[in-house]
Design a protein around this ligand. Structure first.
Ligand code: ATP
Ligand code: MG
Length: 589
């Protein structure tokens, strides 16, 4: 199978883990004929997030490493929450991440087979139709400390159950009136074995089967049997399903299926300053706390993509965090560092002034006289595209009398150790010349509005022949050539590292969402206008990433750009600035 993750992620960083060891052991023992077939089984009820990337990288990675295959299977058994929009976005995201599924399946394709197998269980006396309403059904189930009680309908004959189940399917009963349950053990210490529900009555339009069905299989009934149908060898899921495994195996045994997939559980990814649950992400979207599933602050794959993340960085992140048996929370900084490490190697450097201040070179020569009088003298200076990658070459950048520098690179009154521009101080303009500040002007509020400098013509390229030292090097953009742009800077969506008390999840019985919304960061997005970019940026295309020198990594957001006013999204700052912000907030004063 095709797996770019295998070729361009650093293989040295790949550690083995208990899942890989397990698969290796099964192969060595000749289990499943040494075959490896995994699957990634999302429910199409939302967009994929970075947690899903961990599962995708694991499932597709195993297939690639062991010469096996990996399916994409939509676990579409909850018609009320599922949608084709999600099916499409999930396929796009898996491909974008760099993986091509070997097979594309839908659990709904198996509805007929699953139904036939349910009938088989009834015939074997291993399933029955139960008339207990939801509330009572729960109550009969008991608790973790108290055993459950047998349903009064448990003793129905196979013939009666078959007839009732047929009438359930035929739509003779209202929604929720009856269920089909496996007959296992109401006293089992494992709640999942206390006669779990296989089918419920639900009149909902299914995104693929329409109104053909009014009974739908539960996750537990559909999942393992779908695995078996596809010939999955290793069914990898997150830890919440560990105590569903006995049920998973009970079904396979009860059906006497020849092929028995092995369920293996691993720890789900939790990330600081983020929520990773589709339900909560859906709330953020529905309630308008973000602009959509692909809001650049979202931990969704489409959000991260729009933010400027590369598939390579996400795969690198997944390799670095590894796969473990115990839940833990990964620091967001690790995700950001994976992007920095990836882009540092390959993102072209450009100069961009985000908060501009005008600089005028007093001794800059007049230009040659042209048709319209004396033109401005312009020099095109050579700039290095990527110091980390000599093969990236150089480009030329125009330089003239009037320049933009960063507002914070000048101070009218500055301490001794301020190495940037201040009256009387000499600095280097990167790739250009040394300049010395001779004066400045202020606006009505007293803020600097223009800085005057003199340049040293002998320092062209940014080095002085007399080896005169300057400590500050500033980036700049020629005012006459600048591309006007907007820059969007995002911070964490949440102010708290752990916005949800418990990061549960899973298909049923997940803990209720805490009020994670109380921790939203009100300053998570800031858009700067009037930014000045070097003119080469006019050719920027979406999905290209750039390093704005001294700022961070940016990419064009075509959707929010306006004609003549491109918008660049910051993917990540050069260094972790959040730690500093937190420190400042805690410091007195
Ligand atoms: P959510 O709670 O976000 O809806 P889910 O588990 O219900 O997550 P599914 O669409 O059912 O989402 O998940 C598809 C696969 O991705 C499953 O195998 C699931 O275990 C895995 N997965 C989901 N979230 C994570 C996570 N945070 N870390 C690792 N794997 C995950
Ligand atoms: Mg789910």
């Amino acid at each position: 199978m095709q797996n770019p993750g295998d070729t361009d992620a650093a293989p040295a960083e790949r550690r083995s883990d208990f899942v890989r060891e397990r698969v290796q052991a099964d192969r060595s023992a000749g289990k499943h004929g040494g075959r490896v077939l995994t699957r990634f089984p999302p429910e199409p009820n939302g967009y994929l997030h970075i947690g899903h990337a961990k599962s995708i990288c694991l499932n597709f990675g195993l297939a690639a490493e062991f010469g096996g295959r990996c399916n994409l299977r939509f676990d579409d058994t909850n018609p009320s929450t599922e949608d084709d929009e999600y099916v499409r976005s999930i396929q796009d995201d898996v491909r974008w991440l760099g993986f091509e599924p070997d097979g594309l399946f839908f659990a709904s394709d198996y509805f007929e087979q699953l139904h036939a197998w349910a009938v088989r269980l009834i015939e074997k006396g291993l399933a029955y139709v139960c008339d207990l309403p939801g509330e009572e059904l729960r109550e009969y189930r008991g608790t973790l400390t108290a055993p459950g009680r047998d349903s009064p309908y448990r003793a129905r004959s196979a013939a009666e159950n078959l007839a009732l189940f047929a009438r359930m399917r035929a739509g003779e009963f209202p929604d929720g009136a009856r269920t089909l349950r496996a007959k296992i053990d109401m006293a089992s210490p494992n709640m999942n074995l206390r006669d779990p529900v296989l089918y419920r009555i639900l009149r909902a339009e299914h995104h693929r089967t329409g109104s053909r069905w009014c009974i739908y299989p539960t996750y537990d009934w559909a999942h393992g049997q779908s695995d078996a149908l596809e010939g999955i060898t290793h069914s990898i899921c997150t830890l919440e399903f560990e105590n569903h495994r006995p049920l998973y195996e009970w079904f396979l045994a009860a059906l006497e299926l020849e092929h028995r997939p092995q369920q293996i559980e691993f720890a789900r990814l939790n990330l600081t300053y983020a929520v990773l649950s589709k339900r909560k992400l859906l709330r953020l979207v529905k309630e308008g706390h973000v602009t959509g599933w692909d809001d650049p602050r979202m931990p969704t794959l489409s959000g991260l993509r729009r933010r400027g993340y590369t598939p390579e960085a996400l795969r690198l992140f997944c390799e670095r965090i590894g796969v473990a048996k115990f839940n833990s929370t990964v620091d967001m900084v690790q995700l950001e560092n994976a992007l920095r490490d990836d882009l540092n190697k390959r993102a072209p450097r450009v100069m961009a002034v985000l908060q501009p201040l005008k600089v005028v070179i007093e001794n800059w020569p007049e230009g040659a006289a042209g048709a319209h009088g004396a033109g401005e003298h312009v020099e095109w200076l050579e700039a290095v595209n990527n110091p980390e990658d000599p093969s990236a070459g150089t480009r030329t950048v125009p330089f003239g009398r009037e320049l933009w520098i960063e507002r914070e690179d000048f101070r009218a009154e500055a301490p001794k150790n301020f190495w940037r521009l201040k009256p009387g101080q000499e600095v280097r303009l990167r790739y250009a010349y040394y300049v010395t500040c001779t004066g400045f002007e202020t606006d009505a509020s007293g803020a600097p509005s223009l800085v005057r400098v003199r340049y040293d013509p002998a320092t062209r390229g940014g080095d002085s022949p007399d080896k005169r030292k300057v400590k500050g090097t500033l980036h700049w953009v020629s005012a006459a050539h600048a591309l006007e742009a907007e820059a969007r800077l995002c911070e964490h969506l949440f102010r708290e590292a752990h916005p949800e008390a418990s990061q549960g999840g899973g298909h049923e019985g997940a803990p209720a969402a805490g009020d994670f919304l109380a921790h939203l960061n009100p300053d998570s997005v800031r858009t700067l206008s009037g930014c000045k970019l070097e003119p080469s940026m006019a050719a920027a295309r979406p999905e290209q990433r750039f390093q704005f020198e001294r700022h961070g990594y940016f990419c064009l957001d075509a959707r929010d750009s306006r004609p003549g006013r491109p918008l660049f999204q910051r993917a990540v700052a050069l260094r972790d600035s959040w730690a500093k912000i937190e420190q400042k907030e805690r410091a007195p004063g």
